[in-house]
Design a protein around this ligand. Structure first.
Ligand code: APR
Ligand code: PHB
Length: 389
Protein backbone atom coordinates (compact mmCIF):
# COMPACT_ATOMS: atom_id res chain seq x y z
CA UNK A 1 0.00 0.00 0.00
CA UNK A 2 1.23 3.56 -0.65
CA UNK A 3 -0.04 6.96 0.47
CA UNK A 4 1.23 10.51 0.78
CA UNK A 5 0.75 10.87 4.57
CA UNK A 6 0.46 7.90 6.93
CA UNK A 7 -1.42 8.98 10.07
CA UNK A 8 -0.88 6.85 13.15
CA UNK A 9 -3.81 7.27 15.54
CA UNK A 10 -7.52 7.75 14.88
CA UNK A 11 -8.25 10.18 17.71
CA UNK A 12 -9.12 13.85 17.24
CA UNK A 13 -5.62 14.81 16.04
CA UNK A 14 -5.30 12.12 13.41
CA UNK A 15 -8.85 12.42 12.15
CA UNK A 16 -8.77 16.22 11.93
CA UNK A 17 -5.48 16.16 10.02
CA UNK A 18 -6.81 13.47 7.70
CA UNK A 19 -9.99 15.39 6.96
CA UNK A 20 -8.22 18.68 6.30
CA UNK A 21 -5.65 17.05 3.99
CA UNK A 22 -8.34 15.08 2.17
CA UNK A 23 -10.16 18.31 1.31
CA UNK A 24 -6.94 19.50 -0.32
CA UNK A 25 -6.59 16.30 -2.35
CA UNK A 26 -3.73 14.93 -0.26
CA UNK A 27 -4.00 11.18 0.31
CA UNK A 28 -3.79 9.73 3.81
CA UNK A 29 -4.27 6.40 5.55
CA UNK A 30 -5.24 6.39 9.23
CA UNK A 31 -4.02 3.50 11.39
CA UNK A 32 -6.00 3.05 14.62
CA UNK A 33 -5.15 0.48 17.27
CA UNK A 34 -8.67 0.21 18.69
CA UNK A 35 -12.18 0.03 17.27
CA UNK A 36 -14.20 3.11 16.36
CA UNK A 37 -16.65 2.39 19.21
CA UNK A 38 -13.80 2.26 21.70
CA UNK A 39 -12.42 5.60 20.52
CA UNK A 40 -15.89 7.17 20.74
CA UNK A 41 -16.40 5.78 24.24
CA UNK A 42 -13.70 8.04 25.69
CA UNK A 43 -15.07 10.87 27.86
CA UNK A 44 -12.99 14.00 27.30
CA UNK A 45 -13.37 17.75 27.77
CA UNK A 46 -15.34 19.57 25.11
CA UNK A 47 -14.34 23.21 25.29
CA UNK A 48 -13.40 24.44 21.79
CA UNK A 49 -11.20 27.50 21.31
CA UNK A 50 -11.92 29.79 18.36
CA UNK A 51 -8.99 28.24 16.44
CA UNK A 52 -10.42 24.74 16.65
CA UNK A 53 -13.90 26.03 15.72
CA UNK A 54 -12.37 27.55 12.58
CA UNK A 55 -10.52 24.32 11.76
CA UNK A 56 -13.76 22.32 12.13
CA UNK A 57 -15.43 24.71 9.68
CA UNK A 58 -12.49 24.40 7.26
CA UNK A 59 -12.89 20.63 7.58
CA UNK A 60 -16.53 21.04 6.48
CA UNK A 61 -17.86 20.15 9.92
CA UNK A 62 -19.53 23.34 11.08
CA UNK A 63 -23.18 22.40 10.61
CA UNK A 64 -23.87 20.04 13.56
CA UNK A 65 -21.32 21.86 15.70
CA UNK A 66 -23.17 25.16 15.18
CA UNK A 67 -26.55 23.47 15.76
CA UNK A 68 -25.72 21.52 18.90
CA UNK A 69 -22.91 23.39 20.65
CA UNK A 70 -23.33 25.92 23.44
CA UNK A 71 -21.61 29.29 23.13
CA UNK A 72 -19.95 30.36 26.37
CA UNK A 73 -19.04 34.03 26.70
CA UNK A 74 -17.30 33.50 30.03
CA UNK A 75 -16.67 31.27 32.99
CA UNK A 76 -17.12 31.42 36.76
CA UNK A 77 -14.34 31.19 39.30
CA UNK A 78 -15.07 30.59 42.97
CA UNK A 79 -13.22 30.19 46.22
CA UNK A 80 -15.36 28.79 49.04
CA UNK A 81 -18.48 31.02 48.89
CA UNK A 82 -16.95 33.86 46.87
CA UNK A 83 -17.73 33.60 43.13
CA UNK A 84 -17.04 35.95 40.21
CA UNK A 85 -17.19 35.83 36.43
CA UNK A 86 -14.55 36.23 33.75
CA UNK A 87 -16.24 37.75 30.71
CA UNK A 88 -14.32 36.41 27.71
CA UNK A 89 -16.48 38.30 25.22
CA UNK A 90 -16.05 41.68 26.90
CA UNK A 91 -12.33 41.18 27.54
CA UNK A 92 -11.25 39.52 24.27
CA UNK A 93 -14.11 40.02 21.83
CA UNK A 94 -14.58 36.26 21.46
CA UNK A 95 -16.06 33.21 23.16
CA UNK A 96 -15.54 29.46 23.40
CA UNK A 97 -18.02 26.74 22.56
CA UNK A 98 -19.02 23.64 24.51
CA UNK A 99 -19.11 20.66 22.16
CA UNK A 100 -18.01 17.31 23.59
CA UNK A 101 -14.78 15.83 22.25
CA UNK A 102 -16.80 12.69 21.56
CA UNK A 103 -19.00 14.75 19.19
CA UNK A 104 -15.95 16.27 17.50
CA UNK A 105 -14.56 12.77 16.98
CA UNK A 106 -17.91 11.41 15.83
CA UNK A 107 -18.19 14.16 13.21
CA UNK A 108 -14.63 13.47 12.03
CA UNK A 109 -15.28 9.73 11.69
CA UNK A 110 -18.48 10.41 9.75
CA UNK A 111 -16.62 12.77 7.40
CA UNK A 112 -13.84 10.26 6.77
CA UNK A 113 -16.30 7.45 6.08
CA UNK A 114 -18.33 9.71 3.78
CA UNK A 115 -15.15 10.54 1.88
CA UNK A 116 -14.30 6.85 1.59
CA UNK A 117 -10.85 7.67 2.94
CA UNK A 118 -9.09 4.62 4.42
CA UNK A 119 -8.97 4.07 8.17
CA UNK A 120 -7.61 0.74 9.37
CA UNK A 121 -8.86 -0.35 12.79
CA UNK A 122 -7.50 -2.95 15.19
CA UNK A 123 -3.96 -2.57 13.93
CA UNK A 124 -1.14 -3.95 16.10
CA UNK A 125 2.65 -3.88 16.18
CA UNK A 126 2.92 -0.56 14.36
CA UNK A 127 6.57 0.18 13.58
CA UNK A 128 7.86 3.31 11.86
CA UNK A 129 10.80 2.71 9.52
CA UNK A 130 13.15 5.22 7.89
CA UNK A 131 11.57 8.33 9.42
CA UNK A 132 14.93 10.06 8.93
CA UNK A 133 15.17 8.91 5.32
CA UNK A 134 13.49 10.15 2.13
CA UNK A 135 11.42 6.95 1.88
CA UNK A 136 9.77 6.15 5.21
CA UNK A 137 7.32 3.31 5.67
CA UNK A 138 5.15 1.83 8.38
CA UNK A 139 4.62 -1.85 9.11
CA UNK A 140 1.83 -3.28 11.22
CA UNK A 141 -0.27 -6.39 11.67
CA UNK A 142 -3.98 -6.59 11.03
CA UNK A 143 -6.16 -9.69 11.13
CA UNK A 144 -3.03 -11.68 11.88
CA UNK A 145 -1.09 -10.68 8.76
CA UNK A 146 1.75 -8.17 8.41
CA UNK A 147 1.15 -5.16 6.21
CA UNK A 148 3.24 -2.24 4.98
CA UNK A 149 2.47 1.33 3.95
CA UNK A 150 5.05 3.33 2.00
CA UNK A 151 4.57 7.08 2.36
CA UNK A 152 6.10 10.52 2.02
CA UNK A 153 5.44 11.59 5.60
CA UNK A 154 4.21 10.12 8.89
CA UNK A 155 1.97 12.01 11.34
CA UNK A 156 2.36 10.56 14.83
CA UNK A 157 -1.10 11.21 16.28
CA UNK A 158 -1.09 8.15 18.53
CA UNK A 159 -1.36 9.80 21.91
CA UNK A 160 0.81 9.69 24.99
CA UNK A 161 1.17 5.90 24.97
CA UNK A 162 1.72 5.53 21.24
CA UNK A 163 4.83 4.45 19.33
CA UNK A 164 5.59 7.65 17.42
CA UNK A 165 7.35 9.67 20.13
CA UNK A 166 9.51 6.67 21.05
CA UNK A 167 10.63 6.39 17.42
CA UNK A 168 12.63 9.57 17.89
CA UNK A 169 16.01 8.42 19.26
CA UNK A 170 16.59 9.11 22.96
CA UNK A 171 19.76 10.97 21.95
CA UNK A 172 17.56 13.40 20.00
CA UNK A 173 14.49 13.60 22.27
CA UNK A 174 14.26 15.93 25.28
CA UNK A 175 11.29 15.36 27.57
CA UNK A 176 9.93 17.73 30.22
CA UNK A 177 7.44 16.45 32.80
CA UNK A 178 5.61 17.42 35.95
CA UNK A 179 3.27 14.92 37.66
CA UNK A 180 0.72 16.43 40.04
CA UNK A 181 0.09 14.85 43.47
CA UNK A 182 -3.66 14.40 42.92
CA UNK A 183 -6.21 13.31 40.34
CA UNK A 184 -9.64 14.35 39.12
CA UNK A 185 -12.59 12.14 39.97
CA UNK A 186 -15.16 12.84 37.26
CA UNK A 187 -18.77 11.80 36.77
CA UNK A 188 -21.33 12.22 34.03
CA UNK A 189 -24.97 12.59 35.07
CA UNK A 190 -28.11 13.06 33.00
CA UNK A 191 -29.04 16.17 34.99
CA UNK A 192 -29.23 19.87 34.12
CA UNK A 193 -25.95 21.70 34.76
CA UNK A 194 -25.86 23.61 38.04
CA UNK A 195 -25.09 26.82 36.14
CA UNK A 196 -25.20 28.02 32.55
CA UNK A 197 -21.44 28.59 32.72
CA UNK A 198 -18.59 26.40 33.98
CA UNK A 199 -17.52 26.88 37.58
CA UNK A 200 -13.84 26.40 38.45
CA UNK A 201 -14.12 26.09 42.22
CA UNK A 202 -11.30 26.38 44.70
CA UNK A 203 -12.00 25.61 48.34
CA UNK A 204 -10.39 24.72 51.64
CA UNK A 205 -11.28 21.11 50.78
CA UNK A 206 -9.78 21.11 47.30
CA UNK A 207 -10.77 21.82 43.70
CA UNK A 208 -14.04 21.08 41.95
CA UNK A 209 -15.28 21.78 38.44
CA UNK A 210 -18.88 22.06 37.28
CA UNK A 211 -19.12 21.50 33.53
CA UNK A 212 -21.53 20.11 30.99
CA UNK A 213 -22.03 18.41 27.63
CA UNK A 214 -25.55 19.67 26.86
CA UNK A 215 -28.58 21.05 28.79
CA UNK A 216 -29.33 17.56 30.13
CA UNK A 217 -25.87 16.09 30.54
CA UNK A 218 -23.58 17.42 33.27
CA UNK A 219 -19.91 16.73 33.89
CA UNK A 220 -18.53 17.27 37.40
CA UNK A 221 -15.07 16.75 38.87
CA UNK A 222 -13.53 16.87 42.32
CA UNK A 223 -9.82 16.79 43.08
CA UNK A 224 -8.96 13.52 44.82
CA UNK A 225 -5.89 11.68 46.16
CA UNK A 226 -4.05 9.53 43.63
CA UNK A 227 -4.69 6.54 45.89
CA UNK A 228 -8.47 6.83 45.40
CA UNK A 229 -10.33 4.52 43.04
CA UNK A 230 -13.71 5.30 41.41
CA UNK A 231 -15.32 2.46 43.34
CA UNK A 232 -14.29 4.16 46.60
CA UNK A 233 -16.81 6.89 45.84
CA UNK A 234 -20.54 6.29 45.98
CA UNK A 235 -22.65 8.78 44.04
CA UNK A 236 -23.96 10.23 47.30
CA UNK A 237 -20.43 10.69 48.64
CA UNK A 238 -19.45 12.44 45.41
CA UNK A 239 -22.44 14.82 45.48
CA UNK A 240 -21.89 15.59 49.17
CA UNK A 241 -18.24 16.46 48.58
CA UNK A 242 -19.03 18.52 45.48
CA UNK A 243 -21.60 20.55 47.43
CA UNK A 244 -18.96 21.31 50.08
CA UNK A 245 -16.52 22.67 47.49
CA UNK A 246 -18.80 24.98 45.49
CA UNK A 247 -20.51 28.16 46.72
CA UNK A 248 -23.60 27.55 48.87
CA UNK A 249 -25.74 29.35 46.29
CA UNK A 250 -24.75 26.70 43.73
CA UNK A 251 -24.86 23.77 46.14
CA UNK A 252 -28.46 24.66 47.00
CA UNK A 253 -29.50 24.47 43.33
CA UNK A 254 -27.44 21.41 42.38
CA UNK A 255 -29.57 18.73 40.72
CA UNK A 256 -28.06 15.32 41.40
CA UNK A 257 -28.71 11.97 39.80
CA UNK A 258 -27.10 8.59 39.18
CA UNK A 259 -23.67 8.69 37.56
CA UNK A 260 -23.57 7.16 34.08
CA UNK A 261 -19.79 7.32 34.03
CA UNK A 262 -17.28 7.63 36.85
CA UNK A 263 -13.50 7.71 36.44
CA UNK A 264 -10.31 9.15 37.87
CA UNK A 265 -7.72 10.86 35.67
CA UNK A 266 -4.18 11.68 36.81
CA UNK A 267 -2.78 15.13 36.07
CA UNK A 268 0.46 15.62 34.22
CA UNK A 269 2.34 18.33 32.31
CA UNK A 270 4.55 16.86 29.60
CA UNK A 271 6.36 18.09 26.50
CA UNK A 272 8.61 16.24 24.05
CA UNK A 273 11.08 18.26 22.00
CA UNK A 274 11.51 18.23 19.06
CA UNK A 275 8.07 17.45 17.59
CA UNK A 276 9.63 16.45 14.27
CA UNK A 277 12.29 13.92 13.32
CA UNK A 278 12.95 13.69 9.60
CA UNK A 279 9.64 12.90 7.95
CA UNK A 280 7.89 12.02 11.25
CA UNK A 281 5.78 14.76 12.86
CA UNK A 282 4.32 14.40 16.37
CA UNK A 283 0.88 15.93 16.99
CA UNK A 284 -1.36 16.23 20.04
CA UNK A 285 -0.98 13.96 23.02
CA UNK A 286 1.86 12.09 21.28
CA UNK A 287 3.97 15.20 21.91
CA UNK A 288 2.45 16.91 24.94
CA UNK A 289 0.04 16.56 27.82
CA UNK A 290 -1.55 19.26 29.96
CA UNK A 291 -3.51 19.04 33.21
CA UNK A 292 -7.19 19.54 32.27
CA UNK A 293 -7.58 22.83 34.18
CA UNK A 294 -8.49 25.14 31.33
CA UNK A 295 -9.28 22.42 28.77
CA UNK A 296 -6.15 22.84 26.63
CA UNK A 297 -5.61 19.20 25.60
CA UNK A 298 -7.78 19.04 22.49
CA UNK A 299 -7.18 22.69 21.66
CA UNK A 300 -3.38 22.35 21.72
CA UNK A 301 -3.65 19.24 19.54
CA UNK A 302 -5.66 21.42 17.15
CA UNK A 303 -2.92 24.04 16.88
CA UNK A 304 -0.39 21.30 16.05
CA UNK A 305 -2.71 20.10 13.31
CA UNK A 306 -3.08 23.67 12.01
CA UNK A 307 0.69 24.03 11.61
CA UNK A 308 1.23 20.57 10.10
CA UNK A 309 -1.75 20.82 7.75
CA UNK A 310 -0.57 24.13 6.32
CA UNK A 311 3.02 22.88 6.13
CA UNK A 312 2.02 19.78 4.15
CA UNK A 313 -0.27 21.75 1.83
CA UNK A 314 2.60 24.18 1.23
CA UNK A 315 4.86 21.19 0.41
CA UNK A 316 2.51 19.44 -1.98
CA UNK A 317 0.79 22.40 -3.62
CA UNK A 318 3.45 25.14 -3.51
CA UNK A 319 6.56 22.94 -3.47
CA UNK A 320 7.74 24.98 -0.51
CA UNK A 321 9.06 23.17 2.60
CA UNK A 322 9.27 26.15 4.96
CA UNK A 323 6.16 25.05 6.88
CA UNK A 324 7.32 21.50 7.53
CA UNK A 325 10.88 22.61 8.23
CA UNK A 326 9.60 25.00 10.92
CA UNK A 327 6.75 22.79 12.21
CA UNK A 328 8.41 21.86 15.49
CA UNK A 329 9.49 25.44 16.21
CA UNK A 330 6.04 26.88 15.45
CA UNK A 331 4.09 24.15 17.28
CA UNK A 332 6.27 24.19 20.39
CA UNK A 333 6.07 27.99 20.73
CA UNK A 334 2.32 27.67 21.25
CA UNK A 335 2.49 24.34 23.14
CA UNK A 336 4.65 25.89 25.87
CA UNK A 337 2.22 28.79 26.30
CA UNK A 338 -0.65 26.33 26.73
CA UNK A 339 1.48 24.34 29.18
CA UNK A 340 2.16 27.48 31.17
CA UNK A 341 -1.51 28.47 31.36
CA UNK A 342 -2.63 24.96 32.36
CA UNK A 343 0.14 24.72 34.97
CA UNK A 344 -0.67 28.17 36.36
CA UNK A 345 -4.44 27.52 36.55
CA UNK A 346 -3.83 24.12 38.19
CA UNK A 347 -1.52 25.64 40.81
CA UNK A 348 -3.96 28.46 41.47
CA UNK A 349 -7.04 26.31 42.03
CA UNK A 350 -5.88 23.09 43.69
CA UNK A 351 -4.80 22.16 47.21
CA UNK A 352 -1.34 20.56 47.29
CA UNK A 353 -0.40 18.14 50.09
CA UNK A 354 2.81 20.01 50.92
CA UNK A 355 1.34 23.52 50.92
CA UNK A 356 2.24 25.78 53.85
CA UNK A 357 -0.24 28.26 55.33
CA UNK A 358 1.70 30.96 53.52
CA UNK A 359 1.29 29.12 50.20
CA UNK A 360 -2.46 29.00 50.77
CA UNK A 361 -2.54 32.73 51.49
CA UNK A 362 -0.69 33.33 48.22
CA UNK A 363 -3.35 31.33 46.33
CA UNK A 364 -6.13 33.25 48.04
CA UNK A 365 -4.44 36.60 47.29
CA UNK A 366 -4.02 35.70 43.61
CA UNK A 367 -7.67 34.64 43.30
CA UNK A 368 -8.69 37.90 45.00
CA UNK A 369 -6.49 39.86 42.58
CA UNK A 370 -8.08 37.98 39.66
CA UNK A 371 -11.50 38.89 41.03
CA UNK A 372 -10.65 42.60 41.35
CA UNK A 373 -8.32 43.33 38.44
CA UNK A 374 -9.34 43.66 34.78
CA UNK A 375 -5.82 43.16 33.50
CA UNK A 376 -5.51 39.88 35.41
CA UNK A 377 -8.86 38.76 34.05
CA UNK A 378 -7.81 39.68 30.52
CA UNK A 379 -4.71 37.51 30.80
CA UNK A 380 -6.83 34.53 31.86
CA UNK A 381 -9.43 35.24 29.18
CA UNK A 382 -6.88 35.57 26.34
CA UNK A 383 -5.37 32.21 27.27
CA UNK A 384 -8.70 30.51 27.80
CA UNK A 385 -10.28 31.51 24.44
CA UNK A 386 -7.01 30.54 22.74
CA UNK A 387 -3.87 32.42 21.84
CA UNK A 388 -3.48 33.10 18.10
CA UNK A 389 -1.97 30.37 15.91
N1 APR B 1 -1.05 2.40 16.62
C1 APR B 1 -2.24 2.94 16.18
N2 APR B 1 -3.03 3.73 16.94
C2 APR B 1 -2.60 3.99 18.19
C3 APR B 1 -1.39 3.48 18.72
C4 APR B 1 -0.61 2.68 17.86
N3 APR B 1 0.56 2.16 18.29
N4 APR B 1 -1.26 3.93 20.01
C5 APR B 1 -2.35 4.69 20.27
N5 APR B 1 -3.15 4.72 19.19
C6 APR B 1 -4.43 5.43 19.05
C7 APR B 1 -5.30 5.43 20.29
O1 APR B 1 -6.12 4.27 20.33
C8 APR B 1 -6.10 6.72 20.12
O2 APR B 1 -7.33 6.48 19.46
O3 APR B 1 -4.11 6.79 18.81
C9 APR B 1 -5.21 7.62 19.24
C10 APR B 1 -4.67 8.81 20.02
O4 APR B 1 -5.77 9.64 20.38
P1 APR B 1 -5.70 10.58 21.68
O5 APR B 1 -5.01 9.85 22.78
O6 APR B 1 -7.09 11.09 21.92
O7 APR B 1 -4.76 11.78 21.28
P2 APR B 1 -5.05 12.98 20.25
O8 APR B 1 -5.74 12.49 19.02
O9 APR B 1 -3.77 13.71 20.15
O10 APR B 1 -6.14 13.90 20.99
C11 APR B 1 -5.77 14.71 22.05
O11 APR B 1 -7.41 13.64 23.33
O12 APR B 1 -6.48 12.51 25.13
C12 APR B 1 -7.22 13.59 24.76
O13 APR B 1 -6.90 15.27 26.39
C13 APR B 1 -6.49 14.84 25.13
O14 APR B 1 -8.19 16.22 24.39
C14 APR B 1 -6.90 15.74 24.06
C15 APR B 1 -7.02 14.90 22.85
C1 PHB C 1 -15.09 18.93 30.82
O1 PHB C 1 -16.23 19.39 30.53
O2 PHB C 1 -14.83 17.71 30.84
C2 PHB C 1 -14.00 19.92 31.16
C3 PHB C 1 -14.24 21.29 31.02
C4 PHB C 1 -13.23 22.19 31.33
C5 PHB C 1 -12.01 21.72 31.79
C6 PHB C 1 -11.78 20.35 31.94
C7 PHB C 1 -12.78 19.44 31.63
O3 PHB C 1 -11.04 22.62 32.11
Amino acid sequence: MRTQVAIIGGGPSGLLLGQLLHRKGIDTVVLERRTKDHVLSRIRAGILERGLVQLMREAGLGERMDRESLVHDGTLISYNDDMFGIDFKALTGTSVIVYGQTEVTRDLYAAREAAGAPILYDVDDVVIHGADSDAPHVTFTRNGSEERIDCDFIAGCDGFHGVSRKTIPETVRREYEKVYPFGWLGILSETPPVNDELIYAGSDRGFALCSMRNPMLSRYYIQCPLTDRPEDWSDDAFWDELRRRIPASEADRLVTGPSIEKSIAPLRSFVCEPMRWGRLFLCGDAAHIVPPTGAKGLNTAASDIHYLYHGLVQHYLDHDDDGIERYSEHALARVWKAERFSWWFTNLMHRFPDQSDFDIRMQQAEIAFLRDNRAAQTVLAENYVGLPY
